[in-house]
Design a protein around this ligand. Structure first.
Ligand code: DHB
Length: 510
């Protein structure tokens, strides 16, 4: 299957690329800077893959697969700071010209862990649930042996260019015991990868002004952060240190599935949402802690000043009703409407909390919570008192693996006068899309958003995606939000629709 072509000298000297290259050499050190970030259009492996689309039709896709050893001049660890590019050239026997196609920028991050594409010999393969399958981050790219295509493969079969970047993650530690993949490493890397793609305008196939990011869970968080923070100067020093290409890191559109984001407010949101639900062991979480966090959520929510049609300002008192009417009932309605009459009757008989009338589902927030059942996480869910949560590690630094990043958890452990480490507030901003949408409204953000979440996903509060969507709508962006009824963490129930959405928002006709 693999035919390697071209060790030929790359065609450099496109006007825009050359200008950008000279700026890069000014911003960093070595003269080799320019050529090491120049994409070589002639160095690829030609592969042929059969990709079955979401209607069940198989397509023979001939494509060029490029490996970029590093997207920065000074990689800390090129195993992670590298990327792959896949470009369709023939689909079902017809020649494809992808030079103007949208670019799917699909990160592979799960659990804020490191993600590498360095050893991949082809485009990310599938699995019924995409990269965010039920097994959790560690199992993501191995456990799914079924035949469904990955998001990347579906995009390729639709004629799009696919970029798969790796990124550093929280567990990376060097021989001196120093953590080098904790916040903000992953977002800095993804931005550097976007800059690499944009720097190579005219050399890299595809339309670099139509980059559409995608990611699931922690990858969904990073995707939404990438979308919200385009060209924000707060990352400049980090990007300069890596020798990132001198180009924009703003992206056109953003897809985010179950984003685990807004981390410094997620403990409060979690208790507001799931506070009354039991753990899977059957025990309740500490109700004193849960109630303290839950009541603090109201102040945070008020500070966002979110508004929604029919609700006015969203508060801790109407947010439940907002979620039910705006996201959850439409989700159940869509699910039930798609069932046969017999299956719908069976479902409704087993779930009598739902009223089905006039083709619509209706229910209360309290009944919905009972229906979801066990909460996944103890309290606090993200800034664990014993520093055992993945997010404690994400905010590690130097030789300290895990740190507190909320005053609440810190003071619970260390007393009322304890203060967060002085670097923490800025790092929280670097990691939170809401900072770029609320505190500083970033005009260079994506203006097109695809946000998805399963209604049974208690990895974080349902409000996290809801608030993100509400804020973006308030800013006037084009936001397509849908909650998948009864679906758990990592679900992607409408991958074909996402591929179509990319064409719609980017105005692309192949
Ligand atoms: C992921 C899941 C979590 O529950 C979390 O806290 C962080 C990341 C994930 O699946 O990526």
């Amino acid at each position: 299957m693999g035919l390697t072509v071209g060790a030929a000298v790359p065609a450099v000297g496109f006007a825009s690329g050359a200008r950008a290259a000279s700026r890069t050499s000014a911003a960093s050190s070595a003269a080799s800077t320019d050529s090491s970030l120049v994409f070589d259009p002639s160095s690829y492996t030609e592969l042929t893959t059969s990709i079955t689309d979401t209607t069940g039709t198989a397509h023979e896709v001939v494509h060029h697969f490029y490996k970029v050893a590093s997207y920065v001049v000074n990689p800390v660890d090129a195993t992670y700071q590298s990327l792959n590019v896949s470009v369709p050239v023939k689909i079902d026997g017809s020649i494809v010209d992808a030079s103007g196609a949208p670019i799917l920028f699909a990160n592979q991050v799960g659990g804020y862990m490191p993600s590498s594409v360095a050893n991949a010999t082809g485009i990310g393969a599938g699995g019924g649930m995409g990269p965010g399958g039920p097994g959790g981050p560690a199992e993501r790219r191995s456990a799914h042996a079924d035949s469904a295509a990955s998001r990347q493969q579906l995009a390729l079969a639709a004629g799009y260019v696919v970029v798969e970047p790796g990124a550093r993650g929280r567990s990376l530690v060097d021989s001196s015991g120093t953590y080098y993949g904790t916040a903000p490493a992953a977002i800095v890397d993804l931005k550097a990868a976007v800059r690499y793609v944009k720097f190579n305008k005219g050399r890299i196939p595809g339309n670099v002004d139509r980059i559409v990011s995608a990611g699931v869970s922690a990858g969904g968080a990073l995707s939404s952060l990438l979308g919200a923070s385009g060209d924000s100067p707060v990352y400049d020093s980090y990007l300069r240190e890596l020798g990132a290409a001198d180009a924009s890191d703003a992206i056109f559109a953003t897809g985010a599935w179950c984003p685990i984001t807004d981390l410094e407010h997620a403990d409060m949101a979690y208790e507001w949402n799931w506070g009354a639900n039991l753990l899977s062991s059957g025990s309740a979480v500490d109700q004193t802690i849960s109630k303290a966090l839950s009541s603090a959520y109201g102040d945070y929510l008020a500070s966002l000043r979110l508004t929604a049609k029919g609700f006015g300002t969203l508060t801790a008192r109407n947010l439940d009703e907002y979620l039910v009417r705006t996201h959850l009932e439409p989700s159940a309605t869509q699910y039930l409407a798609a069932l046969s009459a017999a299956d719908r009757a069976t479902y409704l008989a087993a779930n009598s909390f739902i009223t089905w009338s006039g083709g619509r589902a209706a229910f209360s927030w309290a009944d919905f919570l009972t229906h979801v059942g066990a909460r996944k996480k103890n309290t606090p869910a993200f800034d664990a008192f014993d520093l055992s949560a993945p997010e404690n590690n994400e905010f590690g630094t130097g030789t300290t693996a895990n740190r507190h990043f909320t005053l609440y958890s810190l003071r619970h452990e260390e007393g009322a006068s304890a203060r967060l480490d002085s670097d923490i507030p800025a790092k929280l901003h670097l990691m939170n899309p809401m900072y770029h949408l609320v505190d500083r409204v970033n005009e260079h953000r994506s203006k097109h958003w695809w946000i998805r979440l399963g209604t049974k996903d208690s990895d974080t509060a349902l409000t996290v995606a809801g608030n993100l969507a509400a804020r973006l709508k308030n800013l006037g962006d084009d936001v397509d939000t849908s909650y998948y009824w009864d679906a758990g963490h990592g679900a992607d129930n409408d991958p074909g629709d996402f591929v179509k959405w990319i064409a719609t928002v980017s105005g692309y006709r192949s």
